[in-house]
Design a protein around this ligand. Structure first.
Ligand code: PEP
Length: 263
């Protein structure tokens, strides 16, 4: 049987950077720089994840100028509406045409005490509203030492998928916490080992077809200089990029990894 073709996905998590005016200039510059380089958006999907307050501006720019850059939010509420001060409903994100939402980023798990149950509920809420969840999992340095490379991300993913069933469209991001923002990326071999284990979890939970179709990203100190190594691995389908996604040249060079994957 022919191998399933997954469109590589390069996603930029801006975190709490760039306000709505800066987001317009940034997305314009990114789109131009990719267009100038003849980027084939059908061959490698590129998405940005700005703060909530930028989403309307990004939507207006992207739809008005017919840019091929996708966008999503950095979090979503597990609830649809009601007395949840500060929370944002999936329905509101859908109304802004968000295609994706990041769920369970390690910064939210750590700083906002998001449990596996909350991550599962948020993932189910995203799917319910027709938004693709980008479900983040990853071990700390301590977990790595105590449990080895795959145990914690595998357990987190099993828990996150608990509320999902059927032919769901999801993205999984393997982000070792020790690699995020540290400048110390995992090796491509380490990333492949965990991503392969995560694909098996998806196959066991949601079936082989969903596992074959799901894009699994690596995240943690990705830059233009190291992306090619990750993209050569069979179970790594893209990258979730933090710091380097805030530099249009660096981020577009990451998105254009096919130009240097053979080097
Ligand atoms: C992230 O926060 O998702 C991330 C991967 O950050 P960085 O690329 O800066 O390590």
């Amino acid at each position: 049987m022919a191998a399933v073709k997954r469109v590589p996905f390069i996603a930029g998590n801006w975190k709490m950077n760039l306000d709505h005016l800066q987001s317009i200039a940034f997305v314009q510059k990114l789109a131009w720089s990719l267009k100038d380089a003849n980027h084939d958006f059908g061959a490698v999907e590129v998405a940005v994840f700005p703060p909530f307050t930028d989403l309307r501006s990004v939507q207006t720019l992207i739809s008005g100028d017919k840019l091929e850059v996708a966008y999503g939010a950095q979090d979503v509420s597990q609830f649809d509406s009601g007395a949840y001060t500060g929370e944002i409903s999936g329905a509101f994100l859908k109304a802004l045409d968000c295609a994706y939402v990041i769920i369970g980023h390690s910064e939210r798990r750590t700083m906002h005490a998001e449990s596996d149950e909350v991550v599962a509920a948020k993932s189910a809420a995203a799917v319910k509203h027709g938004i693709v969840p980008v479900i983040c999992v990853g071990e700390t340095a301590e977990d790595l030492e105590k449990h080895g490379p795959s145990a914690v991300p595998v357990a987190q993913l099993k828990a996150a998928l608990a509320g999902l069933s059927g032919a769901v469209d999801i993205v999984v991001a393997y982000e070792p916490v020790w690699a995020i923002g540290s400048g110390l990326a995992a090796t491509p071999e380490q990333a492949e080992q965990v991503c392969a284990a995560l694909r098996k979890v998806i196959a066991d939970t949601l079936g082989k077809d969903v596992a074959d179709a799901t894009r699994i990203l690596y995240g943690g100190s990705v830059k233009a200089a190291n992306i090619a190594g990750f993209m050569r691995e069979p179970n790594v389908d893209g990258a979730l990029v933090g710091g380097a996604s805030l530099d249009t040249k660096e981020f577009s060079d990451i998105a254009r990894f096919q130009k240097h994957v053979g080097t």
